[in-house]
Design a protein around this ligand. Structure first.
Ligand code: SF4
Ligand code: SF3
Length: 546
């Protein structure tokens, strides 16, 4: 076995990738990512053992976020950039040593040294996921670590907008350090898992506040999915500050900007509507980029996951990465010390490319984050009370390329017309173009935004609880039928569990990193289940359909 990774829904055979990732990650990258996580845990071990004040750790905090983010599925395939990040973290880690009163108590993660790449790979193999031999401990450690990766990604976006929360940093150090501790019991690890969910809620709230205070509250918006005749740049991922800078720099250049996949919800923010050249959304969820980038014709900027390894050299030359993302052979754009990025190379590239080829036309509607939904609250509650809306189906999360995800399209299509879908994340592309109509003026697919905007869906549930006067969030007419793929969905799931949501259905398969016993804990305490056939699930959620 040359690597082991089971962090995403596509883990080979539902067990784990051992030779090369289904995502395209090779063994070298996978091992280096394992070592980067181990080094981050070493930093946490020092911070915790020396009682360091996180408020004084500035750059260390930021690089821990960055390190966790870099290892998210489909974010960074560039072994050199991961090696550089390992060296950066080890330097910061060693710099903290002067604060350690008694270095002999530290874990190996806090003290190991590596000289060259081979050393790194050797070390990674010794400390990777399978080095924890008890499968339940391993399962909980990884569940917590993956939750932290999602948390770090969201915290990083908030940081780019100038927002930080020291409680989140403290928790990340506490939890990373705990995954090194062989003395913790299963019960202690389970409670740490739930605590991870608490900070999941906090980080999504932080990011929501950062987004809405800078860009305004998302509002109901029609987004064009066709094309104009100008050369253009496609921007993908989740980082709105990158989009803002790109829109600023492309203004007046004759180059249009289109969103792809998780960047679609940017159109819902008032602040971006002023840009005439912000032309629309091109294409669908991340995994369709293989064909959609070919027909887009112009350059593509990745601000975060999900990258599909570009096989075609012509397309690789059109792909630019920034932030935590990276791909060998693609140009990476770094921020300066003030967070400014120079996108002139992308703009120049766009000018030399033909305009996008149209693959769709018309519009789609979104923008139903908490502020917009609260504005419609009277209408929504009236529809629930009169029975014209029977149930809400939270179908948030990720999309992916597995054939089994056709379930979500079929499910949305088969859902009787008096039911409404609440969505967020790239899962929406499975049903946001089906023309499912509306119930009394309320669209049947209410898109809150990116996966982090699942926070809005939780706020919507809490608001309904308040207005309908029910005691328990689980008494609401809301069904959770969530699709997951990568680690941001893990933190969203843990956040929902922390908020007390029960009976979540998670598909298309349960995570490979859940051991049978850990899966049982989730089933027994939270009623977590997976999906069945569309017919069986509709009957389960709604009773027999006539
Ligand atoms: Fe496999 Fe997913 Fe890990 Fe990629 S991220 S190596 S597909 S488990
Ligand atoms: Fe999608 Fe990668 Fe998860 Fe933010 S873009 S949801 S999969």
């Amino acid at each position: 076995m040359s690597m082991f990774c089971f962090q995403c829904q596509e883990a080979a055979k539902g067990i784990g990738c051992t030779v090369r990732g289904v995502c395209g990650k090779d063994a070298e990258v996978s091992n280096l990512q394992d070592l980067l996580i181990y080094a981050a845990k070493g930093v946490a071990n020092i911070v915790r053992n020396s009682n360091l004040d996180v408020n004084e750790l500035g750059v260390v905090n930021h690089e821990i976020l960055n390190s966790l983010f870099v290892t998210i599925t489909n974010a960074n395939f560039d072994e050199q950039s991961i090696e550089r990040q390992i060296r950066k973290v080890l330097k910061l880690r060693d710099g903290l040593m002067t604060n350690v009163p008694n270095p002999s108590v530290l874990h190996d993660a806090a003290t190991f040294q590596v000289m060259d790449r081979q050393d790194m790979i050797n070390k990674a193999t010794a400390v990777g996921i399978l080095s924890t031999t008890d499968e339940d401990v391993r399962s909980l450690r990884e569940l917590i670590t993956y939750g932290l990766k999602g948390m770090a990604a969201y915290a990083h976006h908030a940081l780019n907008l100038g927002e930080e929360n020291s409680g989140i940093y403290s928790f990340i150090y506490k939890a990373l350090d705990a995954t090194l501790n062989d003395d913790l019991s299963i019960d202690e690890l389970v409670s740490l898992t739930l605590e991870t969910g608490k900070y999941g809620v906090d980080v999504m709230a932080l990011l929501d506040g950062a987004h809405t205070s800078r860009y305004g509250n998302p509002e109901m918006t029609e987004v064009n999915i066709g094309v104009r005749g100008n050369p253009a740049i496609l921007i993908s991922g989740h980082d709105l500050t990158d989009l803002e800078q790109l829109l600023e720099q492309t203004q007046g250049t004759g180059v249009d900007v289109y969103t792809h996949s998780e960047m679609l919800p940017a159109h819902y923010y008032p602040a971006f509507k002023k840009y005439e050249h912000f032309a629309g959304n091109y294409g669908n969820a991340w995994w369709k980029q293989v064909t959609e980038f070919a027909s887009f014709n112009g350059p593509i900027l990745f601000t975060t996951n999900c990258i599909v390894p570009p096989k075609d050299e012509e397309i690789r030359e059109r792909i630019f990465t920034t932030g935590a993302t990276g791909y060998p052979g693609c140009t990476h754009i770094e921020a300066d010390e003030n967070g400014r990025k120079d996108f002139s190379a992308i703009i120049a590239k766009a000018k030399s490319c033909p305009p996008p080829t149209e693959i769709e036309s018309g519009t789609i509607v979104g923008g139903f984050a908490h502020h917009q939904v609260f504005a419609l609250a009277d209408q929504v509650v009236e529809a629930v009370k009169s029975g014209s809306i029977k149930k809400f189906f939270v179908m948030a999360g990720c999309d992916g390329r597995m054939q089994s995800r056709q379930y979500y399209t079929d499910f949305a299509q088969a859902l009787p017309e008096d039911n409404v879908i609440l969505t967020a994340g790239c899962a929406k592309y499975r049903y946001n173009k089906l023309g499912l109509g509306d119930v009394g003026g309320i669209p049947r697919v209410l898109d809150a935004g990116q996966c982090n905007d699942s926070y809005s869906l939780a706020l919507t549930a809490l608001k309904l609880k308040e207005i309908l006067g029910v005691e328990d969030i689980n008494e609401l007419p809301i069904v959770y039928n969530i699709a997951w793929y990568e680690q941001k969905a893990v933190i969203v799931l843990l956040a929902l569990l922390y908020l007390g949501v029960k009976n979540i259905h998670l598909g298309p398969t349960l995570p490979a990193f859940l051991s049978p016993n850990v899966a049982n804990v989730l089933v027994e305490n939270f009623g977590i289940g997976t999906i069945g056939s569309v017919e069986d699930d509709l009957e389960l959620f709604l009773g027999v359909i006539e």
